[in-house]
Design a protein around this ligand. Structure first.
Ligand code: ZN
Ligand code: ZN
Length: 112
């Protein structure tokens, strides 16, 4: 029996799914990657490591804070901004992420 291989177009696929664990440089919590993890589940900070999501091609490495939270139905969308270079990116708030931290960020942005 032979399996024919499916050829995936490489250039059009910008999102690369990678499972990787990382320790948050902000709060020290260990995060277990599920392939979509790009921010800390506890403090919600991210790190500027991607040019396109998942590619890990950025050499910046700056810490990315949540600057905006938007809701879309039941989904929360976080906007992260790099403190080093100002790069911004939107990310989905994950179901295992810390909701208290989300609330804190939303209160902070009201005060500022
Ligand atoms: Zn953290
Ligand atoms: Zn940056």
């Amino acid at each position: 029996m032979r399996f024919s291989s499916v050829i995936m177009p490489k250039e059009t696929k910008k999102f690369q799914k990678k499972k990787e664990d990382f320790v948050c440089e902000r709060c020290g919590v260990e995060n277990f990657g599920n392939g979509y993890t790009n921010h800390c589940k506890e403090c919600l900070w991210s790190k500027h490591v991607d040019i396109n999501p998942g590619d890990r091609l950025s050499e910046c490495g700056g810490m990315m804070s949540v600057i905006e939270i938007q809701t879309k139905g039941d989904t929360y969308i976080l906007t992260h901004r790099c403190q080093k270079c100002g790069f911004t990116r939107r990310n989905y708030f994950g179901e295992n992420d810390n909701f208290d931290a989300l609330i804190k960020f939303s209160q902070k942005s009201v005060q500022e």
